[in-house]
Design a protein around this ligand. Structure first.
Ligand SMILES: [Fe+2]
Length: 400
């Protein structure tokens, strides 16, 4: 009997052990399952994130946040290659030291990120203290303590354009699954990042060309040097004060730069005349908004800029030119530039008079608010002026 009992007890213990190991295995597979699901979700999120914007800064920030969140890391950063030197620059970083990181340059080939960029290898460093490749300058400057890193190259069209790295796993240590996940995220993001870089290059080249055109107009008359860029600056400040979205602010910027482009077609004898213009000369001068619109017509990318150029001499009360538009019939850019243009004209020296003081110019804007100018634009300008955002040339005003 006792032998049977012994055998039975042994069997029960054996079954209990089997059940225990099965439970361990099952809980392990459940963990693996949830981890895999989380990684799959991260990759699915990645395609949504990378297709959401062409704005480089915004894209880098979104990719970075996704990488740090997906790998449960304390911080992360994206370093992009400086095309001229091959150095890596921290373009975006998360975590408490994000701002400090942005000023750090990693010389070509140095540090773990430099190694990744040079070799295009994916790297997992479980303990940075023990890795001689670790670039300590970044930690010194940012006061961040890096314990462990996963870093992968950003490869687009066969070229390494940068490195994405995540630092310090919040729990436990990074494993090969994390490395594979970051590699996949980097792979998905790289082409989108390069496209955003190309888009930024095109946009900046376009803006430079527009600026060159604006300078060509200003150069026709030494008294109006810098006029277009100041009008642009004031106009953008008004637009931002009004809370316009980025696309409208961009449109205001381009309209401001090009508002007087039509003056290219006006003779220097009229443009730089020291005295009062004759009726005939004034009639000629008044053609410049329409001429400007005509000059810009062939440029498809400037189609939404033309309304601002044509309407910058319209008056809110309908007594302006060229079309005598009234109130909100006048395109918004035109109403904004109207205020900025008048303020700069008053606070700049002219061939026929010295500049007026800021106070006198502000009083004039207030006086004609609601008649010549849209009062909403004047109010936004005054708001910005009172905040100290409008700074004029400091040379002595009239009568000083
Ligand atoms: Fe003008």
């Amino acid at each position: 009997m006792s032998t049977e009992l012994e055998t039975l007890r042994a069997k029960v213990l054996e079954q209990a052990a089997e059940l225990d190991s099965l439970r361990t295995a099952m809980s392990g597979s459940a963990l693996v399952g949830s981890e895999q699901l989380r990684r799959l979700e991260a990759l699915a999120d990645a395609s949504t994130v990378i297709n959401s914007t062409l704005d480089l800064k915004q894209l880098l920030k979104l990719v970075m946040e996704l990488a740090a969140r997906s790998l449960r890391a304390e911080a992360g950063s994206i370093l992009l290659k400086d095309k001229a030197t091959g150095d890596l620059l921290f373009d975006v970083a998360t975590g408490s030291s994000a701002e400090a990181m942005k000023t750090i340059r990693v010389p070509r080939g140095q540090g773990i990120a430099g190694h990744v960029a040079e070799t295009a290898e994916c790297v997992l460093v479980p303990d940075c203290d023990k890795d001689p490749r670790f670039f300590k300058d970044a930690d010194k400057k940012s006061k961040f303590v890096t314990r462990n890193i996963v870093a992968v190259p950003l490869i687009a069209r066969g070229q390494t354009i940068g490195v994405v790295e995540v630092l310090n796993r919040l729990e436990g240590t990074f494993d090969d699954g994390d490395l594979m996940l970051l590699r996949a995220l980097g792979h998905q993001s790289a082409v989108a990042i390069q496209n955003a870089q190309l888009f930024q290059d095109v946009e900046s080249g376009f803006l430079s060309t527009v600026k060159a055109l604006a300078q060509a107009v200003d150069a026709k008359d030494s008294y109006t040097a810098g006029h277009s860029s100041r009008v642009t600056q004031y106009s953008v400040i008004i637009a931002e004060e009004l809370g316009l979205d980025a696309d409208l602010v961009r449109r205001v910027r381009l309209s401001g730069l090009l508002h007087d482009v039509g003056k290219i077609g006006i003779g220097d004898s009229v443009l730089g005349k020291p005295g009062k213009l004759t009726d005939e000369e004034f009639a000629l001068m008044k053609t410049h908004p329409a001429v400007g619109g005509h000059i810009l017509e062939p440029v498809a990318q400037l189609a939404d800029v033309i309304p601002g150029v044509i309407s910058h001499h319209e008056r809110f009360d309908g007594r302006g030119y060229p079309r005598g538009l009234k109130g909100e019939e006048i395109p918004l850019q035109g109403r904004i530039i109207g205020v900025a243009d008048a303020f700069d004209a008053m606070t700049s020296h002219r061939v026929y008079r010295p500049r007026l003081s800021d106070e006198v110019a502000i009083a004039e804007l207030k006086k004609y608010s609601g008649t010549q100018f849209d009062s909403r634009m004047v109010d936004a300008f005054l708001e910005a002026f009172n905040k100290g955002l409008i700074v004029t040339d400091q040379s002595p005003p009239a009568g000083a």
